[in-house]
Design a binder for this molecule. Sequence first.
Ligand SMILES: Nc1ncnc2c1ncn2[C@@H]1O[C@H](COP(=O)(O)OP(=O)(O)OP(=O)(O)O)[C@@H](O)[C@H]1O
Length: 309
Amino acid sequence: MTAIDVSSISKTFTKKLTHKVRALNDVSFSVPHGNVFGFIGPNGAGKSTTIKILMGLLRPDAGSTSFYGKNSHLPEARGRVGYLAENPAYYDYLTPRELLEFVARYYKVPGAESAGKVDEVLRLIELTHAADRPIRSLSKGMVQRIGLGQTLVHDPDLYILDEPMSGLDPLGRALVTDIIQQLKARGKTVFFSTHIIHDVERVCDDVALLLGGSLQFCGAVKSVIDGSFNSYEVVIRRSDELSPSLPDGVAATREGDAWRLSIPRDSLNALLSSLSRENELLSVEPERRTLEQIFLDLIKSHRSAQGRE
Ligand SMILES: Nc1ncnc2c1ncn2[C@@H]1O[C@H](COP(=O)(O)OP(=O)(O)OP(=O)(O)O)[C@@H](O)[C@H]1O
């Protein structure tokens, strides 16, 4: 079942009457139900514009979006969604408990369940101790956690979170990634935008990269990382000079009675048989790059291609 479908959306903003900004250019992707999906891209790539179109806060110039097969702008489609906006503003004289009770009433959570649900969410976002203090007296990170909390109150199937880790310290980020993992374990779908690619690598099944309003990549995180390596790290035991001598392109460092070699993928087979004849092989591992390194390279090559145009 497809939770989110984005089909060929485009959006151009007009600034100062004449200046046009093409924020999205024919973007399409879909998110299967039960998936944790990371939506990444540099500042101005079009992430928030996509999310606002999904939530019906902006109309696309072309294309369409749906939640579970229904136009995402319809109230019955949006009722299944918990949404965290990029820069949410709350009535700051309310307390976290009052705000969550308000959200529960808005989503018609039955009165008998509401108090228990609000307490559960306060516990989950670790704000029980501050539940009855006005929001204006809370830190930025606590307010960000309330933002996540208000998406959880009506227990929706789908979560659309615009930068849920923004403004959080490492403990706060770990809490958010933990909540996302709990949602996944309960069969929920989570779609979130972020600049923190490391968090995508930790929690996401799939990832999409948006650059300059166009989708550059969309696929499984595991396949990006598994497919990205182009060399192997080989460790051999040998306390004197290596034999046979190494060809160009192979880096070697000595560590005590072992040597650590970095061997290009296409030279591995040939070299491994001669190395193993004269040395004791300790390990052979692909030298994987992180998702961050892979995407930074993609972003840099996109920018240099744009510079050449
Ligand atoms: N209301 C608007 N009027 C004019 N231009 C806009 C408007 N909203 C967004 N833009 C422009 O559209 C482009 C995409 O912006 P968007 O906020 O979607 O990017 P983003 O990927 O979410 O960036 P960030 O990571 O900085 O939040 C940018 O060039 C931005 O200046």
